[in-house]
Structure formats: structure tokens, C-alpha cells
Design a protein around this ligand. Structure first.
Ligand SMILES: N[C@@H](CCC(=O)N[C@@H](CS)C(=O)NCC(=O)O)C(=O)O
Length: 208
């Protein structure tokens, strides 16, 4: 069975839980308490030397890391990954955009303002990341004004990748009132079958 090294507050790990749930793939999950530093301990570094979740142990014993690579692998051949190479390239485009322009800023502002428990201490850094996150959100808004989903009018792993941190923008101190098309898209994504919430447990939790 697939084994996911997971963390409930992590948006990157959430992408994988959401997709596994939507594809109805059974999996074991090992909880890695990233906020307590567990991802940097020798036990976990022996699993993933990069010290990051998500990491997915495949049936053949190999390990796959990087949330969007995991989405790509799991969705291959399913309706959540388009068949045409041109559209696949668009899926990749948005997944790279997510990792380059959106996630680094939304995730860090969220960490500083909500997860760290010390928002005052990190206020300046959070502000810098919020500014960059707004730039990425403006790009999303512009796209979603004329598109129901990110690629080809259908729900794909590009939507999952971008949804993970965008839907918790409030935890990064960012309101989405200025982004009505993004808000409508978030609602559409949440209505997809077998959707699970970010903090919702799924899979069978086992000890690492
Ligand atoms: N690019 C990676 C980022 C993974 C990542 O940053 N994971 C964070 C949680 S969201 C983590 O494990 N942090 C633990 C640490 O740095 O100690 C991906 O998309 O999977």
C-alpha cells in the first residue's frame, strides 16, 4: 500500500491527501510533526534527506517527493490529468507558477502569522511575503475571470496544486474580497466529488 509522510497543517501535503481521496486510492499515512521540527530529525532525514513532507513511498519501495511531482504521478491516466500534451504543458505551467510565485509567499506568510504562534515577531517578513502573494493572486484572478478551472475548462491537478494554499489565504492575513473570480473558483473546487478539507484526516494513520 502507498505510504504518505504527511502533516495536517501542510498545504503541500494536503494536495496529496486531497488527490488520493478523490482518486479513491487507499493509503497509510505517517504523521510528521513539522511544526515541532520532526522533519529535520535523523529518523525522517533517513526517509527524505530534503527533510520535507509530503513524501510518498510507492508500492515498489521507492520514494517520491515534491508535492506536484506526486500529483503528476498519481493523476497520470485519470481524468484529473489532461490527455493532450499541449494541455499537460499548461498543467505544468500552473504547477511551476504555484511553486515559484504563490506557495513560497502564501505559505511563509501563513507560517509567520498563524502557524508560528509568534505573529508579532514576524510581522515585517509576513508583510514582504503578503506583497508578493498579492502579485500571484492578481495573475490567478486575471486567468479565472475567463476560465472555470485552470486548464481546459475542467478540474485537474493544476487546480489542486493552486487551491491548497489559496483557500487558506486568510491564515496568511490575506482577504480575497479583491479577487472575486478566485473566490468563485475556490467554491467550485470545494464542490468536486470526494473533496476533503485541509485538516481532515483520511487514509489510515500508522507509526513511521
Ligand atoms: N516544494 C516542496 C515543499 C515541501 C515543503 O516545504 N514542506 C514543508 C511543509 S509545507 C516541510 O516539510 N517543512 C519541514 C521543514 O522544513 O522542517 C513540495 O512541494 O513538496
Amino acid at each position: 500500500m502507498l505510504r504518505l509522510y504527511d502533516s495536517l497543517p501542510s498545504g503541500n501535503a494536503y494536495k496529496v491527501r486531497l488527490l488520493l481521496s478523490q482518486l479513491e486510492i487507499p493509503f497509510e499515512r505517517v504523521d510528521v510533526d513539522v511544526l515541532a521540527g520532526a522533519a529535520r530529525r535523523p529518523e525522517f532525514l533517513a526517509v527524505n534527506p530534503a527533510g520535507k513532507v509530503p513524501a510518498l513511498r510507492l508500492e515498489d519501495g521507492s520514494l517520491l517527493t515534491e508535492s506536484n511531482a506526486i500529483l503528476w504521478y498519481l493523476a497520470h491516466g485519470t481524468p484529473l490529468s489532461p490527455r493532450s500534451v499541449r494541455m499537460q504543458a499548461d498543467v505544468l505551467r500552473w504547477m511551476f507558477f504555484e511553486q515559484n510565485a504563490l506557495e513560497p509567499h502564501l505559505a511563509m506568510a501563513r507560517y509567520y502569522l498563524t502557524l508560528s504562534g509568534e505573529p508579532e515577531r514576524h510581522r515585517d517578513s509576513a508583510l514582504r511575503h503578503q506583497k508578493r502573494a498579492h502579485e500571484a493572486l492578481r495573475v490567478l484572478e486575471q486567468h479565472l475571470v475567463t476560465h472555470r478551472f485552470m486548464v481546459a475548462g475542467a478540474y485537474t491537478i493544476a487546480d489542486i496544486a493552486l487551491y491548497a494554499y489559496t483557500h487558506v489565504a486568510d491564515e496568511a492575513g490575506i482577504g480575497l474580497n479583491g479577487y472575486p473570480a478566485v473566490q468563485r473558483w475556490l467554491d467550485r473546487v470545494a464542490l468536486e466529488p470526494q473533496h476533503v478539507a485541509i485538516g481532515e484526516l483520511c487514509g489510515v494513520t500508522v507509526r513511521g
